[in-house]
Write a protein that binds this ligand. Structure first.
Ligand SMILES: Nc1ncnc2c1ncn2[C@@H]1O[C@H](COP(=O)(O)OP(=O)(O)OP(=O)(O)O)[C@@H](O)[C@H]1O
Ligand SMILES: [Mg+2]
Length: 231
């Protein structure tokens, strides 16, 4: 008799991906990826260029949809057909950090950080600004809140992007090569920050990186290869 392919939701599961498939035309990028991330866990995903890491991260973050397979957040299955539910999920539970900070140049650091809270629309202006300042201070940017992105260093701009990812107090931070554009010193500082944030805010992190030092600091590293994830 075959073993049941069933695994019940466990309280500590933050995200679970079940048999995720994704093709781009003839190219089969993800071939049935299974993956679980616990609450308060930092997992790094490594793998060759083109292995499908970003594709998988985007699907985990519901920025893209799988051809087949399921994504579950805290025991609830994501319905990819309901865009409103997806945007609510992204606003409430997920923070995104990318290789490039994608801050809006015409706004100050403080205003950039407030944007996701404005979109979520459940905080007063005053509250939003107070929260944004808290995170900017936490990230060592007290003297930079009124600066525009062009007036910030690469490391500072990336920390503003992290504050922006934090403003709605997400349970998960998805980061795609967050140190890809930083020098060694700034990268190391970012590594320490991620660990501190996990401890201070009880967040889970899924970080795609080519930086093996960052990988070595995480709780777990998995590799994406041949369309699958191997531990
Ligand atoms: N929108 C798309 N349309 C067609 N092909 C795509 C698309 N997005 C990604 N691909 C292809 O899918 C494969 C996986 O891409 P992906 O960006 O996920 O790789 P990656 O592991 O993140 O690589 P890198 O380390 O270079 O960032 C690549 O061969 C890429 O060219
Ligand atoms: Mg990528």
């Amino acid at each position: 008799m075959q073993a049941l392919p069933l695994r019940l939701y466990q309280n500590e599961d933050m995200i679970e991906a079940k048999k995720i498939y994704k093709n781009y035309g003839d190219l089969s990028v993800l071939k049935g990826v299974d993956f679980i991330v616990n609450k308060k866990e930092i997992v790094t995903i490594i793998g060759k260029s083109g292995a499908g890491k970003s594709t998988f991260l985007h699907i985990l973050g519901t920025l893209d949809f799988p051809d087949k397979g399921e994504i579950w957040y805290e025991g609830e299955k994501i319905d990819f057909s309901k865009e409103k539910n997806l945007s609510d999920l992204r606003n409430q539970k997920i923070g995104f950090v990318f290789q490039f900070h994608h801050l809006l140049n015409e706004f100050t650091a403080l205003e950039n950080v407030c944007i996701p809270a404005m979109i979520a629309g459940n905080m007063s202006d005053e509250n939003m600004k107070r929260k944004a300042k808290e995170y900017l201070y936490y990230l060592g940017l007290k003297d930079r809140i009124s600066h525009k992105p062009t007036q910030l260093s690469g490391g500072e701009a990336q920390r503003v992007a992290i504050a922006r990812a934090m403003i709605n107090q997400p349970k998960v931070i998805l980061a795609d090569e967050p140190t890809g554009n930083l020098d060694k010193t700034n990268s190391e500082e970012m590594h320490r920050l991620f660990i501190k944030m996990r401890d201070d805010f009880d967040q889970s992190f899924i970080i795609v990186t080519h930086n093996l030092e960052l990988a070595s600091l995480s709780d777990r590293t998995v590799k994406m290869e041949d369309g699958n994830i191997i531990d």
